[in-house]
Ligand binder design. Structure first.
Ligand code: HEC
Ligand code: HEC
Ligand code: HEC
Ligand code: HEC
Ligand code: HEC
Length: 233
């Protein structure tokens, strides 16, 4: 039989296969990298004890500052969740006028039950970075004038907390790269970081604050990192 195809072509199918598989992997990888992490967690809202802790009511309507409960956030990388003792300070028997309202009493019974049993309320974690990311530093971001709003959304309007931002790597880096170019898009005066309604209005019109760029940048101590070791072990 005459040789129609040269011998080297016998190796073509494997080469093609490797090429196709490699291409597919790259395509899936690229999709994974650029598309999914941005969206897979946004909207995540786990079921919470007592139907959820109402930030809209406590932080929005009653005007409690975030640091009343997340009290260690300026000193620590971690944002603490308040213990039931903090809740009990207001929700003890007969302390609030609302206590006489049967509906209110029933809605808050789980707080007093946890307090009496001396057990923490089993809140479900909403925001959680993978273990291969180093301790995320809340204190440093807040000192730099990055508001809770930029990373957690309008918590003051949330009856139940949900995941408002992707917290993906490209999302972190987008800000790290842009913050020194357009600080007014990402930073607010330090005394404003927990005033989320004012921050939302301000960040909706950043161009009005372009003149404050140099002043905002004064709060940044170091160049926001892009090297792998800053965020990974
Ligand atoms: C009266 C106490 C209290 C106040 C005030 C408060 N929080 Fe919370 N916060 C909680 C409790 C309790 C939880 C846990 C339940 C939950 O996740 O919904 C929580 C959860 C959160 C979470 C989600 C945590 C997770 O699991 O990822 C974020 C984000 C948050 N708070 C931000 C804020 C911000 C921003 C403010 C100020 C605008 C604020 N909180 C004010 C008590 C409070
Ligand atoms: C500074 C006082 C104060 C603290 C601290 C506080 N609350 Fe409240 N809470 C209130 C008041 C006041 C209301 C009723 C507001 C209303 O009905 O307008 C309320 C209402 C509630 C309700 C009923 C919500 C609804 O939809 O009607 C729940 C549940 C609740 N609180 C849970 C908690 C938990 C859990 C904590 C601790 C993480 C906590 N509260 C801390 C003052 C407080
Ligand atoms: C630059 C982004 C950023 C800012 C600003 C920020 N957070 Fe967070 N927050 C995160 C990330 C990321 C996580 C998850 C951390 C992890 O898994 O280690 C988180 C987690 C939390 C948690 C859950 C902690 C736990 O252990 O359950 C709370 C509560 C919280 N943040 C509250 C706040 C409050 C209040 C502010 C403003 C005073 C704030 N955050 C500002 C990014 C941010
Ligand atoms: C909205 C802007 C913004 C976002 C979003 C943001 N960062 Fe930052 N980050 C900053 C700024 C500004 C600094 C510099 C703070 C300073 O040095 O004063 C910084 C600094 C850091 C540092 C260095 C802290 C140190 O020790 O100096 C780490 C680590 C870091 N960010 C991790 C993250 C991670 C992880 C995410 C995503 C989950 C994230 N950041 C999202 C603005 C942001
Ligand atoms: C500013 C902080 C930050 C820096 C700098 C950073 N990463 Fe990440 N990286 C993250 C976060 C946060 C995640 C988790 C993303 C998620 O859960 O969606 C992540 C996830 C990853 C993943 C898992 C795949 C993915 O994209 O989710 C890889 C691989 C990775 N990083 C490699 C690197 C390498 C290599 C570098 C240096 C070129 C680097 N990272 C620099 C914050 C950072």
């Amino acid at each position: 039989m005459s040789v129609i195809f040269p011998r080297w072509m016998n190796s073509l199918p494997p080469v093609l296969a490797v090429g196709v598989v490699g291409g597919l992997t790259a395509a899936v990888g690229l999709f994974w990298y650029y598309a999914t992490p941005k969206f897979w967690r946004v909207g995540y809202m786990p079921v919470q004890p007592g139907g959820g802790f109402n930030h809209q009511l406590h932080a929005g309507k009653l005007g409690m500052d975030c640091r009343y409960c997340h009290s260690k956030i300026e000193q620590s990388s971690e944002a603490n969740i308040p213990s039931v003792h903090v809740c009990y300070g207001c929700h003890a028997d007969n302390r609030l006028v609302q206590f006489t309202n049967a509906t209110h009493k029933a809605k808050t019974d789980f707080v007093r039950e946890a307090y009496v049993k001396d057990e923490p309320i089993a809140w479900n974690r909403v925001h959680k970075l993978p273990d291969y990311v180093r301790n995320f530093p809340h204190d440093i971001h807040i000192a730099a004038g990055v508001s809770c709003y930029s990373c957690h959304g309008q918590i003051m309007g949330m009856p139940i907390v949900y995941h408002a931002q992707p917290l993906s790597m490209s999302w972190c880096l987008d800000c790290h790269r842009d913050v020194q170019v357009n600080p007014q898009n990402h930073l607010v005066p330090k005394d404003m970081v927990t005033k989320l309604i004012a921050v939302e209005n301000r960040l909706a019109n950043p161009q009005e604050h372009a003149g404050e760029a140099a002043k905002l940048l004064e709060n940044i101590k170091l160049v926001p990192p892009e090297n792998c070791g800053a965020c990974h072990y």
